[in-house]
Design a protein around this ligand. Structure first.
Ligand SMILES: *[C@@H]1O[C@H](CO)[C@@H](O)[C@H](O)[C@H]1NC(C)=O
Ligand SMILES: *[C@@H]1O[C@H](CO)[C@@H](O)[C@H](O)[C@H]1NC(C)=O
Ligand SMILES: *[C@@H]1O[C@H](CO)[C@@H](O)[C@H](O)[C@H]1NC(C)=O
Ligand SMILES: *[C@@H]1O[C@H](CO)[C@@H](O)[C@H](O)[C@H]1NC(C)=O
Ligand SMILES: *[C@@H]1O[C@H](CO)[C@@H](O)[C@H](O)[C@H]1NC(C)=O
Ligand SMILES: *[C@@H]1O[C@H](CO)[C@@H](O)[C@H](O)[C@H]1NC(C)=O
Ligand SMILES: *[C@@H]1O[C@H](CO)[C@@H](O)[C@H](O)[C@H]1NC(C)=O
Ligand SMILES: *[C@@H]1O[C@H](CO)[C@@H](O)[C@H](O)[C@H]1NC(C)=O
Ligand SMILES: *[C@@H]1O[C@H](CO)[C@@H](O)[C@H](O)[C@H]1NC(C)=O
Ligand SMILES: *[C@@H]1O[C@H](CO)[C@@H](O)[C@H](O)[C@H]1NC(C)=O
Ligand SMILES: *[C@@H]1O[C@H](CO)[C@@H](O)[C@H](O)[C@H]1NC(C)=O
Length: 426
C-alpha cells in the first residue's frame, strides 16, 4: 500500500503536466474612459482553452461594446471587478442594431466546460446595465439581451450579479449540463417606471440545474422554452416577476416539445403569476411531466395559471378550436402551493399599460388560486394538490375550470366557483 501511494504521488504531477499542458490566465486590461472590450477581443484567441479570463477586483471595466466568447474549452471567465454598460442609450442601440450583433451583450457560443463566475464580495462583481434610464422613458427599441449561453456543453454560471439590466438577462439555449446557481438579478425600479422584459433566465436545452438564484424583475423569473428537457429549478426567490413559466409554445403551429421539468421550493413574492403555462392557439407537439412543488406565494395575483389558448388579442378573435390543433399537455402536477392571493380591488400590476390589462381574464373574480384555460381532449392528468391559500381581502378563494375540457380528477371541483378540493387534491 505504502509503495503504491509513493508511486502514485511521484507519477501524478508528471502525468498532469503532459496531459493538460499549461494553464494560462489573462487579466483583462482596463483603460479609464475607454472601451475595454477591444483589448479583450484582440487577446481572446490565445485563451480559448485551459485558461482563466479575469476581470480583476477593484476595477470598474467599461464594457462599452459587446463581448463574444466562441468555442471555449476548459475556460473560466471570472468577474471580480465591476462591469458597466455604456450609459448612452444610443450607443447600446447602435451595437444591437448592427448586422454582426451576436444576440447579446455577452455571448458564449459553443464550447465545452465553460465557467462564468462572479464575485461573492458584495461591493464588486456587479454588471451594471443602467436600465433605469431605459425604463423611465419606456425605451424598447434595440434593447440588448444580457447573457447568451448557446450550444455550450458542461457549463457553470455562478455568483454573477446583475444590476439594473436594460431587459432580458440569461438566455440558455441549445446547451446541456449547465449548473446555474447563486446568481443575483436586481431589476428593481426606483419608481413607477416598469422594468419591462427583464426576464431572469430562459432555459432551452437539456440537463439544466438552477439553484439558489435571487431574482427581482419585471417578467418571467425562469421561462422554459421549446426543446427543453430535464430542467430543474429549486431553492429560488422571485420578486415582482411574472413567474416560473413554461412557454410560450406552439406559436404559428410550431411543433413544441418540453419534457421533465421540476420547479421546487421557491418563494414568489408579489409576482403576477407563481406557476404559468402558456401555449398558442394552433400549436402542435406536447409538454409532458412538469411539476411545480413547494411554492410559497406572497400577494400573488394568479398563483396557478395554465392556458392552451393564448393568442394575440390585438390581432382579432381567437381561431376556432375545432379548426386547429393544440399543444398537448400531460402529467402536470402543482403540489404544496401555500400563500396569499392579491385580490386588492383596483390593484394593477406594473406591466399593465392597457385597459383591459394584457393579463385580463374574462370572468375572473381576482380570487382564483387556479385558472385552467384548456382545450378539450388535449390535457391529460393535470392535478393540483395540497393547496393552502387565502386572499388579502379575506374572501374565500376560487377556481376557474371548464369541466368539458378535462377527463380526470384535477384535484378540485372543475368549475368557475369556490375552490373545493377533491380526492386527487388531498
Ligand atoms: C482590493 O482593495 C482592497 C481594499 O483596498 C484590498 O484589500 C484588496 O487586496 C484589493 N484586491 C485586489 C485584487 O487588488
Ligand atoms: C473544466 O474547467 C475548469 C476551469 O473552469 C478546470 O479547472 C477543470 O479542470 C476543467 N475540467 C476538465 C475535465 O478539464
Ligand atoms: C462588427 O462590425 C463593426 C463594423 O464593421 C466592427 O467594427 C466590429 O469589430 C464588428 N464586431 C464584431 C463582434 O465582429
Ligand atoms: C459595483 O457596482 C454596483 C452596482 O452598480 C455598485 O452598487 C457598487 O457600489 C460598485 N462597487 C464599487 C466598489 O464601486
Ligand atoms: C423615475 O426616476 C427618475 C430619476 O431616478 C426620473 O428621471 C424619472 O422621471 C422617474 N420616472 C417616473 C415615471 O417617475
Ligand atoms: C438531469 O440533469 C441533471 C443536472 O441537472 C443531471 O444530473 C441528471 O443526470 C440528468 N438526468 C438525466 C436522466 O439525464
Ligand atoms: C419527470 O421529470 C422528473 C424531473 O423533472 C424526473 O425525475 C422523472 O423521472 C420524470 N418522470 C418520467 C416518467 O419521465
Ligand atoms: C417581499 O418584497 C418586499 C418588497 O417588495 C419586501 O419588503 C419583503 O421583505 C419581501 N418578502 C420576503 C419574504 O422576502
Ligand atoms: C369560426 O367559426 C365561425 C362559425 O363557423 C366562423 O364564422 C368564423 O369565421 C370562424 N373564425 C375563424 C377565425 O376561423
Ligand atoms: C395537426 O396535427 C396533425 C397530426 O399531428 C398534423 O398532421 C397537422 O398538420 C396539424 N395541423 C396543423 C394546422 O398544424
Ligand atoms: C367549455 O368548453 C366547451 C368546449 O370547449 C365550450 O363549448 C364551452 O363554451 C365552454 N364553457 C364555458 C363556460 O367556457
Amino acid at each position: 500500500m505504502m509503495f503504491m501511494r509513493m508511486l502514485l504521488s511521484l507519477t501524478a504531477p508528471l502525468a498532469y503536466a503532459t496531459i493538460t499542458g499549461a494553464w494560462s490566465t489573462f487579466v483583462v486590461p482596463h483603460t479609464n474612459d475607454a472601451d475595454d472590450t477591444p483589448a479583450l477581443m484582440a487577446a481572446i484567441s490565445d485563451y480559448t482553452s485551459d485558461a482563466s479570463v479575469v476581470f480583476e477586483a477593484n476595477t470598474t471595466y467599461n464594457v462599452w461594446s459587446p463581448i463574444t466568447f466562441s468555442h471555449l474549452t476548459n475556460v473560466e471567465v471570472v468577474i471580480s471587478g465591476n462591469l458597466t454598460y455604456p450609459k448612452s442609450i444610443e450607443t447600446v442601440q447602435g451595437y444591437v442594431a448592427a448586422a454582426n450583433y451576436s444576440g447579446a451583450w455577452f455571448s458564449f457560443i459553443g464550447g465545452n466546460n465553460v465557467t462564468l463566475r462572479g464575485s461573492t464580495d458584495p461591493d464588486w462583481g456587479w454588471v451594471d446595465g443602467h436600465g433605469q434610464q431605459w425604463w423611465d422613458i419606456m425605451q424598447q427599441t434595440n434593447r440588448p439581451h444580457g447573457w447568451l449561453f448557446k450550444d455550450v456543453t458542461n457549463g457553470i454560471i455562478t455568483d454573477v450579479k446583475i444590476y439594473k439590466p436594460v431587459a432580458w438577462n440569461f438566455a440558455i439555449t441549445g446547451s446541456s449540463n449547465v449548473h446555474i446557481f447563486n446568481n443575483i438579478i436586481l431589476a428593481r425600479s426606483d419608481n413607477v417606471s416598469f422594468p419591462f422584459n427583464t426576464d431572469g433566465f430562459s432555459a432551452g436545452g437539456n440537463n439544466l440545474l438552477f439553484e439558489n438564484n435571487y431574482v427581482v424583475n419585471g417578467d418571467d423569473c425562469l421561462t422554459v422554452g421549446n426543446g427543453a428537457k430535464n430542467i430543474t429549478w429549486r431553492d429560488g426567490y422571485c420578486e415582482g416577476s411574472h413567474g416560473l413559466s413554461v412557454g410560450s409554445l406552439g406559436e404559428n403551429g410550431q411543433v413544441a416539445s418540453v419534457e421533465n421539468v421540476l420547479f421546487e421550493s421557491t418563494i414568489m413574492n408579489r409576482t403576477l403569476y407563481a406557476a404559468r403555462f402558456k401555449s398558442w392557439t394552433g400549436g402542435n407537439g406536447a409538454a409532458i411531466n412538469i411539476t411545480w412543488k413547494n411554492i410559497i406565494f406572497i400577494d400573488v395575483m394568479f398563483p396557478i395559471y395554465i392556458t392552451q389558448n393564448y393568442w394575440d388579442q390585438g390581432a382579432g378573435a381567437p381561431p376556432n378550436s375545432s379548426s386547429v390543433n393544440e399543444t398537448h399537455i400531460e402529467n402536470f402536477l402543482f403540489d404544496q402551493f401555500v400563500g396569499v392571493i392579491n385580490d386588492t380591488p383596483g390593484y394593477v400590476e406594473g406591466s399593465c399599460i392597457t385597459d383591459p390589462c394584457w393579463y385580463y381574464v374574462s370572468g375572473a373574480t381576482g380570487k382564483e388560486a387556479i385558472i385552467f384555460d384548456l382545450y378539450p381532449n388535449t390535457a391529460t392528468n393535470i392535478v393540483v394538490k395540497n393547496l393552502v391559500a387565502s386572499t388579502l381581502s379575506g374572501a374565500p378563494i376560487a377556481a376557474m375550470c371548464n369541466s368539458s375540457t378535462i377527463s380526470s380528477d384535477v384535484g378540485f371541483v372543475c368549475w368557475n366557483g369556490p375552490y373545493v378540493p377533491t380526492m386527487a387534491g388531498l
